[in-house]
Design a protein around this ligand. Sequence first.
Ligand SMILES: C[S@@+](CC[C@H](N)C(=O)[O-])C[C@H]1O[C@@H](n2cnc3c(N)ncnc32)[C@H](O)[C@@H]1O
Ligand code: SF4
Length: 442
Amino acid sequence: MALPRSQARGWVKAAKMAQRRRPADDTGGPQSPAPGSQRAALYVHWPYCEKRCSYCNFNKYIPRGVDEAALRRCLVIEAQTLLRLSGVQRVESVFFGGGTPSLASPHTVAAVLEAVAQAAHLPADSEVTLEANPTSASGSRLAAFGAAGVNRLSIGLQSLDDTELQLLGRTHSARDALQTLAEAQRLFPGRVSVDLMLGLPAQQVGPWLRQLQGLLRCCDDHVSLYQLSLERGTTLFTQVQQGALPAPDPELAAEMYQEGRAVLREAGFRQYEVSNFARNGALSTHNWTYWQCGQYLGVGPGAHGRFIPQGAGGHTREARIQTLEPDSWMKEVMLFGHGTRRRVPLSELELLEEVLAMGLRTDVGITHQHWQQFEPQLTLWDLFGANKEVKELQEQGLLLLDHRGLRCSWEGLAVLDSLLLSLLSRLQEAWQQRTPSSVPRG
Ligand SMILES: C[S@@+](CC[C@H](N)C(=O)[O-])C[C@H]1O[C@@H](n2cnc3c(N)ncnc32)[C@H](O)[C@@H]1O
Ligand code: SF4
């Protein structure tokens, strides 16, 4: 029986949501923590923002007053607990995301890093990224974050057009954003990323491309392009629903994306993932771990993690989700040492679906060696070598299956969602055809 399309779509969405770095070379990726190894990446969620942006439905809160000392204590305790539960001994990267982590005090960032370094090995050259909003990232604050251990910045520029920034409910102007970008590059040369959105209501291809070209004249070596996803419950969604704003046009958004990636390629950027572009090897090590299905620990309200807990048979990887609301999360951390709200053991098939959906987001795709780490018996050739739909996708020049493994072509990467539906269906079909005795354990 094939995978129901609705379930396959769930995976496509999950893989997209995971958008969110030591380079190897300009064709491969960084080494990611292997499945079940004692290495992991660590994500820390700062749950507060100054103001709600009109499009954002991330787990964030507008505080009346933050007891930062208490929050810091809880982040430290939870990081220590999850490192102990996972048996992780080496942390390859740390990512402070949010919310707006550039609103945190650099002291909080330093305290979390110190706790991680005490509980595990945190190599001196580990990538430590902070998401920064222009309004809370003055030069002196960025320098203080650098002194606290941050060595990479991801700046939420979103647009270089003040009218669009107002529509998005951002607290900064294009000028603020460019000033922050210049200061960031002075302090973290070669390690500054910018997020640019596309597909906004009423946005046109030409002006947006001129924004991108303007950005390329002053940006560093990493750019993320995010297509607006109109999320229920946001102000923007209501404005569109009530007719106050035109609905984003998916065809225009697709055109912006196609033209944008061509402009970035022309400027020497490698599209190493569906939304991410880097030159001079400036890939995100941390995000690479997600796409390669390495282990990661998620610390803070609403953070997600994937790791094999020690002592519970030691084989099954779990998806962990921390309690969303900061005050409830803090109470749980003080009581239990962590605020894990849900632990979901991943079946072997679910893990393979993740390997497929996440790996194909990258230009490297899934190498045979990588696949074998997760599934030693059923090879990529066994699965897809004789499949009619896969053959058709290869003939259309969208997919490649060869001695290296399975990956999208340049054209295929732009339409990954439609390819994934067929591939995930084929994986589930093959899985169900196996006799129970041939299903590997571990
Ligand atoms: C959740 S924010 C956190 C970092 C920071 N607070 C900021 O605003 O830049 C991370 C990125 O997610 C993207 N994002 C958030 N909501 C989105 C949406 N509805 N559609 C597309 N991208 C979105 C934005 O581009 C943003 O840069
Ligand atoms: S986009 Fe960033 S700043 Fe805006 S509400 Fe979301 S997390 Fe906060």
